[in-house]
Design a protein around this ligand. Structure first.
Ligand code: FAD
Length: 286
């Protein structure tokens, strides 16, 4: 049975920020799919749950001049149903397709996925590959920072006292930017990723201008891009020798923890390049 907690439901983000400042043990509640199981397990009682679901400025997917704005409260289902995400940011759609189950996708939010900062979280690698930024609202206004500075360690993000993740900003895409995400998990159906890979290809039509970005999940404490592999694959044609070299470099660049419940390091090393190659084939780059 869940412990009883104080529960507050602010009407807007400013009120939520004030409640975070005023309440020792105040914790943001979005979809609750990470937080509530954790609170149940820890038998904690000193928390004050601050439910942000009524904060309208944290909701919705919106095209803006220079970027696509995804509110922190956007659910995985909303991402899955979004046409602009399907057309321009396909890796985010792929992640939604394999995420949990219908009930979880209806409640879980992209903001909660990022702030929880699990190494295998579905939204790490696509957002790292698109070089997303995050906007944070706090007592002194808003600030924007790159996702890979925000998400800096296992379970840890750059949020100070009284701050709330407001939205995710994806760079505007005018031309074709093919992207994809694949993951491995232990069971078909519902399980967290034992390994995840995203690939984003900038300028796909011209090999000499083509930039290939590759990010991996569940291989270290945070989502991870290897610049040497990206340099090897970018700005030139790719043949099977180059791909084999890239796969070897990817495997050598990761040191997954032995204690993972979901997959052994040797398996992750063997499969990480296979997933990358498969995505490149799906995107017709190979
Ligand atoms: C059955 C099940 C299946 C799952 N399957 C998957 C899966 O396939 N892939 C996957 O990646 N995850 C999965 N998860 C984990 C979870 O659903 C996701 O991480 C989800 O995106 C968390 O979002 P939420 O809105 O539920 O977050 P919450 O549980 O509400 O919050 C998570 C944490 O983030 C904080 N937080 C939330 N929003 C904000 C904000 N805007 N600003 C500041 N802090 C905030 C909360 O205080 C809390 O610490 C699964 C969970 C369950 C229970």
């Amino acid at each position: 049975m869940l412990n009883s907690f104080d529960y507050l439901c602010p009407k807007n983000t400013q009120e939520a920020i004030q409640l975070l400042l005023d309440n020792q043990g105040g914790e943001i509640l979005a979809g609750g799919t990470d937080l509530l199981p954790e609170l149940k397990d820890k038998s904690t009682t000193d928390k004050v749950l601050i439910d942000i679901k009524k904060c309208s400025d944290l909701q919705g997917i919106e095209k803006q001049d220079d970027f696509l704005s995804i509110g922190a409260l956007t659910t995985i289902r909303e991402i899955r149903l979004s046409n602009i995400i399907k057309e321009k940011y396909k890796a985010l759609r792929d992640a939604a397709d394999v995420f949990g189950c219908l009930e979880i996708r209806n409640r879980a939010t992209i903001g909660g996925n990022i702030v929880h900062a699990s190494p295998g979280a579905e939204y790490g690698t696509p957002l790292f590959c698109f070089e997303a930024q995050v906007e944070i609202a706090g007592p002194n206004g808003s600030r924007v920072m790159p996702i890979d500075s925000f998400w800096f360690d296992l379970g840890r993000v750059e949020l100070k006292k009284g701050e709330i993740l407001k939205r995710i900003l994806l760079p505007k895409i005018d031309s074709q930017v093919p992207s994809g995400y694949l993951r491995l998990s232990r069971v078909k159906g519902m399980d967290l990723a034992s390994l995840g890979v995203s690939v984003v290809v900038i300028n796909p039509g011209q090999a000499d201008k083509r930039e290939i970005r590759v990010a991996m999940a569940a291989v270290q404490r945070t989502p991870y891009r290897n610049s040497a592999v990206e340099e090897l694959l970018s700005f030139k044609g790719i043949d099977s020798n180059l791909i084999e070299k890239a796969k070897q470099m990817l495997a050598a660049s990761i040191a997954p923890r032995e204690s993972s419940l979901r997959a052994k390091p040797a398996y992750k090393k063997a499969m990480v390049g296979v997933l990358m190659e498969k995505i490149l084939k799906n995107l017709h780059i190979l």
